[in-house]
Design a protein. Sequence first.
Length: 192
Amino acid sequence: MNHTSNAGLFLLQMVFSLLILMALLRFMFQLMRVDYYNPISQMVTRFTDPVLRSLRGMIPSTSSVDGASLLVLFLLQYAHLFIISGIRGLNTNPLGLAILSTTEILSLVTSLLFWAILIQAVMSWFQPHTQHPGVSLLQQLTDPLMRPIHRFVPPTSGVDFSPIIAMLGLKMVEFILIAPLKDVAAMLLSTG
């Protein structure tokens, strides 16, 4: 590949990464019941609404799981992998790409939560009581994961070990669930 092709591939990957991130945030914000009026969640909503509004009538949803944003998230990830595999001349086995798309989404979720917990923990050392919309968004995003850990591991002598336990748990999910699924996808993509 020449330098122009590399630049085009990089640009394509960045566009898909941004779209996938927006779809994931929209799905997670509803799942984790993030404040709808937070300026950041408002931005994500405005960005994703044009596509999701038209799909909502056809795709079933529950009170916490937005089926339309989940479908768009999966389709974007699948299209991204399909296009990149096609450009690179790799196998495009549909089942392999579907499994790989699922694992990429799960990996993105665990990474997003890992970094959200880490940033929140570091911020608590410097500005523990800030009212910035980004900080409250991180708290709302990680609270459903942190709440059960706080029940079993309360702060000891003013030190809260729950972020460490949560981050270790997220890494274990990557090792135990995501990595084997990626291996299955790689096997399907190499044989099909």
